[in-house]
Write a protein that binds this ligand. Structure first.
Ligand code: APR
Length: 229
């Protein structure tokens, strides 16, 4: 089976009602990164950070996967599909995708502030000050904050180097190291970029631009790929 590797960003969840970060009305238009998504923020104002992620987690229990997520599942009929997502939502999982690597963490997980290996799944939306891990330390969102390392980047690079087809969906390609993954795809491999603001990525060949929303662009591409196999 041919291997399709898919890099997704906030744009694939936009039609589910989940805000992106840098579009008009995006999360970083309405919140200051250094106040809600960095280790400094956690030190200076833990309540504000907890509230920021609690509100996003609360919304996640209210939204559903959209056609962008759902059509990627259909590809598994004929391809070995690996999803690498920058998203912290669980919409790929809920759509039924089998292989998902989260680069930037997961909103429905929390972890110990003493031992980062101690990770727990939260079955409700609210994480409170005083909620502790089994070692007695405060729990924090299991999210990669700005200025923190991205532990899953190496496994992601090895997945990408094995791609027969590479698809990018709904990401502005401005955040590294995630945006560098396309550089590890073999030159002759066909690549597709689905995003209303998709652009020709410098130095990348065999890249087809599909300047559409995921909800329409993904079904179109999936139909083509299923037919062509
Ligand atoms: N379908 C497809 N793409 C869309 C849609 C849609 N319906 N709506 C918006 N987009 C596109 C925008 O054009 C933009 O290119 O989604 C992209 C969203 O870009 P960002 O807001 O920058 O989000 P993302 O690229 O996922 O951010 C990367 O930055 O803030 C950090 O850790 C956070 O994982 C995140 C990372």
């Amino acid at each position: 089976m041919k291997k399709i590797v898919i890099l997704t960003g906030a744009g694939i969840s936009a039609e589910s009602g989940v805000s992106t970060f840098r579009d008009s009305n995006g999360l970083w238009r309405n919140n200051r990164i250094e106040e809600v998504a960095s280790p400094i923020a956690w030190e200076n104002n833990r309540e504000l950070v907890l509230e920021f992620y609690n509100q996003r987690r609360k919304q996640l229990f209210e939204v559903e996967p959209n056609d962008g997520h759902k059509w990627l599942v259909k590809l598994e009929q004929q391809y070995d599909v690996q999803i690498i997502t920058q998203n912290v939502d669980d919409l790929h999982e809920r759509a039924g995708s089998s292989n998902i690597l989260h680069l930037h963490g997961e909103l429905k997980k929390v972890r110990s502030t003493r031992d980062p290996e101690l990770i727990y799944t939260l079955d409700h939306w609210e994480l409170k000050d005083g909620d502790k891990c089994e070692l007695g330390s405060q729990l924090r969102p299991h999210i990669v904050w700005f200025g923190e390392s991205v532990p899953m980047i190496e496994p992601a690079v090895s997945v990408v180097t094995g791609a027969d087809i590479f698809i990018v969906i709904g990401t502005s390609m401005v955040v590294y190291p995630a945006a560098s993954l396309i550089n590890y795809v073999n030159t002759e491999v066909p690549k597709y970029y689905i995003d209303p603001k998709a652009f020709s990525v410098p130095g990348i060949s065999n890249l087809s631009i599909i300047a559409e929303k995921a909800g329409t662009g993904v079904p179109k591409l999936v139909k083509r790929l299923l037919k062509s196999e």
